[in-house]
Ligand binder design. Structure first.
Ligand code: PLP
Ligand code: MG
Ligand code: MG
Length: 611
C-alpha cells in the first residue's frame, strides 16, 4: 500500500512561452481542472495520505493548492533554475518515509496506472506505455532480466524496447536515497540531470523494472501542440476509460449505511491478507488513530474497535464502562436512548431511565434534579437521536453529569464525522460510532473512543462480557496489534480510505455540505407543503423526519418505490405513535442530488394530489 506521493513541479515550463510565464505548467486547465489538481484527486482516491510537491517556478500556486487539500505538503527547490527534476526530487527526499509514487506535474493519465503499480509485487517500478506518437517520447530499455538499463530519446539506439516513459513510478525509500547520493556525487558535472537518467544509473545497484500497459491513456503536456492533442484525443479517452469503472450511483437517504464514494468501494479490492500479519496490524493501528483524531486528542483518547455494527459498539460501552457495583442513568428520548437502557438491563446493570420527549428539547432542570437525587456512577445519552433528528445539547448535559461525579458514555453514532466534535471539551469519557455513517466507510466496524485514564480504571474490574470487553480488546491490541477475534479485513481498507477522504474534505466542510443539502430539502418541503416533526432550530441537519401528509392516497411504500426508481432510497420513521419518513444527509451526498430528490418528492406528491 503506497501512502505517499512526490510530484516534481519545479520546472519553468518554458516551451509554453507566455502561458507559463507567471504560472506553473501544472496549473494549465483541462476541462476546467488544473492538471496537477486532477492528479492530486486521483492520488487521494488511490489511498495516498500525503502528497509532497516539489516546487520552484511560481511556487505560490502550489502553496494555495495545499490550503485546499490538507494532504499536500509543498517543498521549494530554491535552485530550480539551475537544476532539473532531480534537484527538485532531492529537496523532497527528506520527507519520504517509505515506498512512494513519483510523478511529473504535467501529466494527464488514467488512474488505473496507479492501481497497476500498487498492485505489482516488484518494489521499484516505472510505468510505461506502448507507442504514443507524441513526438516527445522517452524510451525505456531493459536487459534480459527486465531491469532498466537505458533511458533515451534516441529510439535507434534501443535494442530491447520496454516501452515509453509515462512519468509515474513506484520507488522505495532506499532507491531514492541512492538516487540522492548519486546526485550529490555528480552534481558538479551535471546539476541539470533528469531524474529518469538517475533511475538508470542507480538501477545497477538496486533493480528497477518497467511495467508496460500497451494501450495506456496518458500524455504529458509540454507545449501548445501537446495541449491541443491532450484535449482532443487523450482526455476523452481517459474520461471514457474511467467512467467505465464508475459504480452505479444509488443515493442512500436512509440514516446509514450511507452513500460511499467509489474510491471507498474500490479500496476493498485488495490482495488477500491474514489479519495476523503485522502489515494488517499496522493498518488497524493507523485506522484507530485516524478515528480518534476525528473527535479527540490522541494524547488523552484511544479508539477500541470491534467487528460489529453501531449497536455492538453501544453494547461494548454500556456493558464495559459501568463499575461492578455502579448505577447508571440513561436518557431516553428516542429509539437509540431506549436501546442503551435495554442493553444495560440485559446485563443486569442497576439502571434508571430519564424519559424525555422524542421531539422537544430535554428539560435540563428536571434532568439535573434526577442527577442530584440518586448516587449514579455513570451517565449515558445519545448525541444525535437518529429517530427524529433531534440533537441533544451535550455541551450542557455532560458537564452537568461530571459535576455529579459521573463517567459519561455517549452514543455519537450519527453525529461523529458529520460535525466538529471535541470529546474533551464536551466532557465525554466514552463515545461510540460506526464505520458506515458520516465517516463514509462500509458497515462492519463499531468503535468506542475512550478517555485513556477512564479506560484504565476497568483493568481490575471483573468481566461482565466477553466479545465486547473494552479493556481486554484494548490491551490485546496494544500488545499484539491484533484484534482478539477475526476482524472484517476488507472493511478496514475501506475505512482507511474513508478517513483519508474525511481529512481532505475536513469535518467542518462536510458539515457545511450537509447543511446545504438540509436547507435545500427543508425549502423543498415548504414548497410542497409537507410538515416536519422537529422544529428547525432543534434539528441536527443530518436527519429530517417528515410527517405523512393527510391524504388517503399517500403510502410510504408508494413513495419509496417511486424514489427508488430514480436512484434514491428513503427510510420510514421509528416512532410508534407518529407516522413519519426520514431523509438523511449522510455520507457522500451532494447538494445537486438533494435538489433532484426534491423534484422526485414533489412529482410524487403531485401525482397523489398533495400539491
Ligand atoms: N445509535 C444511533 C444514534 C444510531 O443512529 C444507530 C443506527 O442508526 C445506532 C446506534 C445503531 O447502529 P447499527 O444499526 O449499526 O447497529
Ligand atoms: Mg517531455
Ligand atoms: Mg514534461
Amino acid at each position: 500500500m503506497i501512502k505517499q506521493a512526490v510530484i516534481m513541479a519545479g520546472g519553468l515550463g518554458s516551451r509554453f512561452g507566455n502561458r507559463t510565464h507567471a504560472m506553473p505548467k501544472g496549473f494549465i486547465e483541462i476541462d476546467g481542472t488544473a492538471m496537477v489538481e486532477r492528479s492530486v484527486r486521483k492520488l487521494i482516491a488511490a489511498g495516498v495520505e500525503e502528497i509532497i510537491i516539489g516546487t520552484g517556478h511560481c511556487s505560490e500556486y502550489y502553496d494555495e493548492l495545499a490550503k485546499k487539500y490538507p494532504c499536500i505538503k509543498t517543498v521549494r527547490n530554491d535552485n530550480y533554475e539551475n537544476t532539473s527534476s532531480m534537484g527538485t526530487l532531492e529537496v523532497c527526499a527528506p520527507f519520504v518515509r517509505d515506498s512512494f509514487f513519483l510523478l511529473e506535474s504535467d501529466l494527464l493519465y488514467d488512474s488505473i496506472g496507479l492501481f497497476v503499480l500498487d498492485n505489482d509485487m516488484r518494489k521499484n517500478l516505472i510505468l510505461a506505455s506502448g507507442k504514443t506518437n507524441s513526438d516527445d517520447e522517452v524510451y525505456l530499455e531493459t536487459d534480459s532480466s527486465g531491469v532498466l538499463c537505458n533511458v533515451t530519446k534516441d529510439k535507434v539506439s534501443v535494442k530491447n524496447l520496454a516501452g515509453e516513459l509515462v512519468g509515474i513510478s513506484k520507488i522505495t525509500k532506499s532507491f531514492l536515497d541512492k538516487m540522492v547520493a548519486f546526485y550529490e556525487r555528480t552534481r558538479a558535472e551535471n546539476a541539470k540531470i533528469d531524474y529518469e537518467t538517475v533511475f538508470c544509473r542507480v538501477a545497477k545497484e538496486e533493480p528497477v523494472f518497467v511495467r508496460r500497459i500497451e494501450y495506456y491513456a496518458w500524455t504529458e503536456i509540454d507545449d501548445e501542440a501537446m495541449l491541443e492533442r491532450a484535449e482532443k484525443l487523450i482526455y476523452p479517452r481517459i474520461k471514457e476509460n474511467e467512467s467505465l469503472r464508475d459504480i452505479r450511483r444509488e443515493v442512500l437517504l436512509n440514516p446509514g449505511p450511507s452513500t460511499t464514494t467509489d474510491s471507498v468501494k474500490y479500496a476493498q479490492v485488495v490482495a488477500d491478507i491474514c489479519p495476523r500479519e503485522l502489515e494488517f496490524g499496522n493498518l488497524m493501528e493507523e485506522v484507530s488513530i485516524g478515528l480518534t483524531e476525528v473527535c479527540a486528542d490522541t494524547k488523552n483518547y484511544v479508539t477500541v474497535m470491534f467487528g460489529c455494527s453501531g449497536t455492538g459498539a453501544d453494547e461494548a460501552m454500556i456493558s464495559s464502562c459501568v463499575p461492578p457495583e455502579g448505577k447508571l442513568l440513561v436518557v431516553d428520548n428516542g429509539s437509540y436512548g431506549e436501546r442503551l437502557a435495554k442493553i444495560a438491563k440485559i446485563y443486569n446493570i442497576d439502571t434508571d431511565v430519564f424519559k424525555s420527549s422524542t421531539y422537544e428539547p430535554i428539560d435540563l432542570e428536571a434532568l439535573e434534579k434526577q442527577m442530584q437525587s440518586k448516587k449514579y456512577t455513570t451517565f449515558a445519552v445519545v448525541y444525535h437521536e437518529t429517530t427524529t433528528g433531534l440533537l441533544n445539547p451535550l455541551d450542557k448535559i455532560c458537564p452537568m453529569a461530571k459535576k455529579y461525579g459521573m463517567t459519561t458514555l455517549c452514543d455519537i453514532v450519527s453525529a461523529y464525522g458529520g460535525m466538529p466534535i471535541d470529546l474533551d471539551k464536551l466532557d465525554i469519557d466514552f463515545a461510540t460510532s460506526t464505520s458506515n455513517k458520516h465517516i463514509g466507510g462500509m458497515a462492519g466496524i463499531g468503535f468506542v473512543v475512550c478517555r485513556f485514564s477512564e479506560l484504565m480504571k476497568q483493568k481490575e474490574w471483573p468481566m461482565r462480557n466477553y466479545y465486547f470487553n473494552l479493556y481486554d480488546q484494548y490491551q490485546y491490541f496494544k500488545k499484539t496489534k491484533q484484534t482478539r477475534f477475526t476482524p472484517p479485513v476488507q472493511t478496514f481498507y475501506a475505512l482507511r480510505q474513508a478517513i483519508i477522504e474525511t481529512k481532505n474534505e475536513t469535518v467542518e466542510k462536510r458539515f457545511e455540505r450537509f447543511s446545504e443539502c438540509w436547507k435545500i430539502f427543508v425549502a423543498g418541503l415548504k414548497e410542497i407543503g409537507l410538515k416536519m416533526l422537529v422544529k428547525e432550530e432543534n434539528q441536527s441537519r443530518f436527519i429530517t423526519a417528515v410527517l405523512f401528509p393527510e391524504n388517503p392516497k399517500f403510502s410510504f411504500n408508494g413513495l419509496h418505490d417511486y424514489a427508488r426508481s430514480f436512484g434514491f432510497t428513503i427510510y420510514p420513521g421509528k416512532l410508534g405513535n407518529i407516522d413519519t419518513f426520514r431523509i438523511a444527509n449522510m455520507g457522500d451526498i451532494k447538494p445537486e442530488e438533494m435538489r433532484r430528490f426534491v423534484v422526485v418528492l414533489r412529482d410524487y406528491m403531485h401525482s397523489i394530489g398533495v400539491c
